[in-house]
Design a protein around this ligand. Structure first.
Ligand code: PHE
Length: 524
């Protein structure tokens, strides 16, 4: 209130040492007083009612000896005061003097009193030579006690310091100006604008607390996306922007027929072993597939057809109907391709015209007269698959597969390679190589390798190929329709991208939650 009133009266305070604090007679020159004022200044500053500048000064404080001098007089004055005036009484001997004023005062005081000409010798004793003295040291001490300094200046101060009567201290004083919220009222500023204030008009005269933009916010406790889901979204967007439609992949349980037979995987293939595939114990068998398609598939396996000699091994219905956890999303692709070929089989398809063919464009047009029902399609899926693996740092019994499938007339291997180059480039992988490989359902087949700059070597990232006629033609696709596809895991690129070297910190029950929340993959 004092500070605000002073500013209000004079526009500013040029020196806070001139203020007179409540209950005090003297201006607030001591450093204690300035500390009191500083407290008030900071509280007004936080409300932007004032601004202030700090100035540093050296002040002086009395030592205990100096304080004694201020109250009782200097040693020399004390010595002088106990002596009789010359010729007016018995002189006092040095021994008696020590008894009167104490050893220290007698010793120091005698010398100074002589020097000042205040006292003299008479016989063996000491007497006053003057009737009046001016005790400058005492006066200086009192001046320093109240002002922190001496008007007479630094020379005397230095002498007093040398005599250890005063000590130096750093002090502060302030100049104060009006702040943006200056007011003479110290009423608490409002923290919110209420409906009442609006209707009563009180808002016009209220002072409002400023927002503190430097305050740290309360940490948000919202959810965080799993890095795997982030990368999944990224890959999904690449597919969508390349005109692909997403396949439904919710059926984790498939039959041997759709997971393997429809893909022309021989019934004796090692991938179908218990060591590699999880089979269901209850129920164990699937419902039968559509009988004519089933017949065409079993025939191409057992006896061949469509230009193939087949595997020439007796067909096992038991093997085909076993229920299992799908080992690849190509099982879902098989369902979708079969559905895509429905019109080619002469079936009437209701309502889902264009369901898979969104954005796709045929490279060849047959014309309306000989329309064989085929529509080109670009399909993709990203979902979970299961394999009976020995688990280690890079293998789990389940992982996610990314799969792309393109169906059109006259596609070539160059189309597949070109598509994959474009696809991986969009994922940030510029350097890809292809190596001939084997898949039961594709011919030719290519393994995909990418150059890993951090590992400085080529790593396998996926598998691809042109689906075999033994798979496509029993579905009913015309002979000139080619389908190519590629698959990769979602975990591999995620681990490479975010430098994760143990898959268990990415997937499963051992994933550390804070790892997920703080992962840069989640933030960006
Ligand atoms: N199904 C293959 C795998 O699991 C990937 C693939 C998909 C290969 C499509 C060729 C065509 O690795």
């Amino acid at each position: 209130q004092l500070v605000l009133a002073a500013i209000d009266a004079n526009g500013a305070i040029s020196d806070t040492r001139a203020l007179v604090l409540p209950g005090q007679a003297q201006p607030a020159t001591s450093s204690e007083d300035q500390i009191t004022i500083l407290g008030a200044l900071n509280s007004l500053l936080s409300r932007e009612m004032i601004t202030y500048e700090t100035h540093e000064v050296i002040t002086h404080a009395l030592t205990p000896e100096g304080a004694q001098i201020a109250s009782e007089g200097s040693h020399e004055a004390r010595v002088w005061s106990v002596l009789p005036e010359k010729g007016k009484g018995a002189p006092i001997t040095p021994v008696e003097l020590k008894r009167c004023v104490g050893d220290e005062t007698a010793k120091v005081g005698q010398g100074r009193a002589f020097k000042n000409g205040w006292i003299g010798k008479e016989g063996d004793g000491l007497v006053k030579l003057v009737t009046d003295i001016s005790d400058t040291t005492k006066n200086d001490m009192q001046e320093i006690a109240s002002t922190g300094t001496l008007k007479t200046g630094e020379k005397v101060l230095a002498d007093l310091r040398k005599r250890k009567l005063i000590s130096q201290r750093k002090g502060q004083w302030f100049t104060v100006n009006k702040g943006s919220n200056f007011s003479t009222s110290t009423a608490k500023p409002e923290t919110s604008l209420t409906a009442d204030m609006l209707t009563s008009g009180a808002w016009k005269t209220s002072t409002f607390k400023k927002y503190n933009f430097d305050a740290e916010g309360v940490p948000t406790n919202g959810g965080a996306l799993h890095p795997l889901l982030k990368v999944r979204e990224e890959i999904r967007n690449i597919f969508l922007e390349m005109g692909f439609a997403e396949m439904p992949t919710s059926s984790f349980v498939e039959s041997g027929f759709w997971c393997f037979d429809a893909l022309f995987v021989p019934q004796q293939h090692p991938a179908r072993d218990l060591q590699d595939t999880f089979y269901l114990s209850d129920p164990q068998k699937s419902l039968p597939p559509e009988p004519e398609y089933y017949k065409r598939v079993s025939t191409v396996h057992e006896h061949g057809g469509f230009g193939s000699v087949g595997y020439r091994v007796p067909w096992s219905h038991d093997e085909s109907s076993k229920l299992l956890l799908r080992t690849h999303t190509t099982a879902s692709s098989a369902h979708m391709l079969y559905k895509l070929a429905a019109k080619c089989r002469g079936e009437t398809v209701e309502g889902d015209e264009g369901e898979f063919t969104h954005g796709a464009r045929s490279t060849t047009s047959l014309g309306p007269d000989n329309d064989d029902g085929f529509r080109p399609a670009k399909l993709f899926s990203i979902d979970r698959v299961f394999r009976n693996e020995t688990m280690d740092a890079t293998h789990l019994a389940e992982f996610h597969q990314v799969e792309g499938v393109v169906a059109d007339r006259g596609l070539t291997l160059a189309d597949l390679i070109g598509f994959m180059r474009a696809f991986f480039k969009k994922m940030g992988i510029d350097q890809v190589r292809f190596k001939p490989a084997y898949n039961p359902y594709t011919e030719p087949s290519l393994e995909i390798f990418a150059f890993h700059p951090m590992l400085n070597k080529w790593v396998e990232i996926g598998n691809s190929g042109m689906f075999r006629p033994e798979m496509l033609e029993p579905m009913g696709f015309p002979k000139d329709v080619r389908v190519h596809g590629w698959g990769l895991s979602l975990e591999r690129p995620t681990m490479i991208r975010y430098g994760i070297n143990n898959i268990r910190t990415l997937v499963g029950h051992k994933v550390p939650i804070d790892n997920i929340e703080n992962s840069p993959a989640v933030m960006f």
